[in-house]
Design a protein around this ligand. Structure first.
Ligand SMILES: [Fe+2]
Length: 257
C-alpha cells in the first residue's frame, strides 16, 4: 500500500530506478548565499576577487591545494547560516526521498580538483562499505558546471545487486572494482545552479580531471532522524534540523508510574 500522491510516487520511482536525481536549486536565495559566502571566503584567502571559479588553479599551486582547501572548508563552515541555506537548496527533494524529520551532517565537505591533479582523487567506493548507514543520502552541489571527468560517476542503479550480492566475485581493491564496473558507471552532468542528490550506498567516485577547468563541489549527508545509524553517530557527526513537535513531546515524555 502506498498513499503517496502521483507526483511523489513518480519522484520516488525515478530515484529508485536511477539512484540519484538532478534538479535546479529549490531555493535561489539560498543558492546565492552559498555562492556568495564561498566567493567571499576565497577572496579573503587569495586577497583578490576571483571572477571565474573554473580557473582558480591559476592562483594556487597543487602543492598548496590541500592546505588551501582545508582553510576554505574551515572558514565556510564557520558561517552560522551556511547549513541552513545548504539544506534549503535541496529541501524539496530531501523531503521526497528521505522524509521530513532530518538529520544533517554537522559540516559541509568541500572537494576541489584541479585539471590533471591526481593527488585529490576519490577512488570508487560506497560510503556504506566504509561504515556509513545505507539510509544516508548525499546532497552534492557544484559551484561550477560539472561534466565528463570534471564530474563524478555513480554505478547505474540497475547493477546494484548484480555485483555486490555475489561475495565470491567481490574484491576490495578499488582499482579492480573500477575495472569491473567501468562500463556500468554513469557520469553526472550537473550544471552550476543545480544539485545532485544521490544514494551514497551505490559505488561512486572520480578520476583525474582531464578538462581545462577546476571542479569545486560541496557535499553533505542527510538521513531520517529515526532510520538506523552507521558508525557516524548523533552529535559528533549529525544533528537534527527538522524535528517535529510530536517527536519532541515523545522524547521528553516521563511516565508518572
Ligand atoms: Fe563517497
Amino acid at each position: 500500500m502506498n498513499f503517496l500522491s502521483k507526483k511523489e510516487k513518480k519522484i520516488s520511482d525515478n530515484f529508485l530506478k536511477k539512484g540519484y536525481l538532478i534538479n535546479a536549486a529549490d531555493n535561489k536565495k539560498s543558492l546565492n548565499y552559498l555562492f556568495s559566502t564561498f566567493s567571499k571566503e576565497i577572496s579573503k584567502i587569495l586577497k583578490k576577487k576571483i571572477i571565474d571559479l573554473n580557473y582558480i588553479h591559476n592562483y594556487i599551486s597543487i602543492n598548496n591545494l590541500n592546505e588551501f582547501r582545508m582553510e576554505l572548508h574551515h572558514n565556510v563552515n564557520k558561517d552560522k547560516d551556511i547549513r541552513f541555506h545548504y539544506f534549503r537548496i535541496g529541501q524539496n527533494s530531501l523531503y521526497n526521498i528521505v522524509g521530513n524529520e532530518l538529520m544533517m551532517q554537522n559540516k559541509l565537505n568541500l572537494s576541489i580538483q584541479f585539471p590533471d591533479d591526481s593527488s585529490s582523487l576519490l577512488p570508487i567506493h560506497s560510503d556504506a562499505w566504509q561504515g556509513n548507514s545505507p539510509y544516508e543520502v548525499n546532497l552534492w552541489i557544484p559551484l561550477v558546471n560539472c561534466f565528463r571527468s570534471k564530474s563524478m560517476f555513480i554505478l547505474k542503479a540497475k547493477h546494484r545487486y548484480t555485483y555486490f550480492n555475489n561475495k565470491k566475485k567481490f574484491s576490495s581493491d578499488s582499482g579492480k572494482i573500477y575495472k569491473t564496473l567501468k562500463n556500468k558507471l554513469e557520469w553526472m552532468h550537473v550544471k552550476k545552479g543545480q544539485y545532485l542528490l544521490f544514494d551514497q550506498s551505490l559505488p561512486h567516485g572520480n578520476i583525474v580531471n582531464k578538462e581545462k577547468q577546476t571542479r569545486i563541489t560541496f557535499n553533505c549527508r542527510f538521513k531520517s532522524i529515526f532510520s538506523p545509524y552507521g558508525n557516524k553517530k548523533i552529535a559528533e557527526y549529525f544533528s537534527p534540523i527538522t524535528e517535529r513537535p510530536m517527536t519532541d513531546i515523545g522524547n521528553n515524555f516521563v511516565s508518572p508510574f
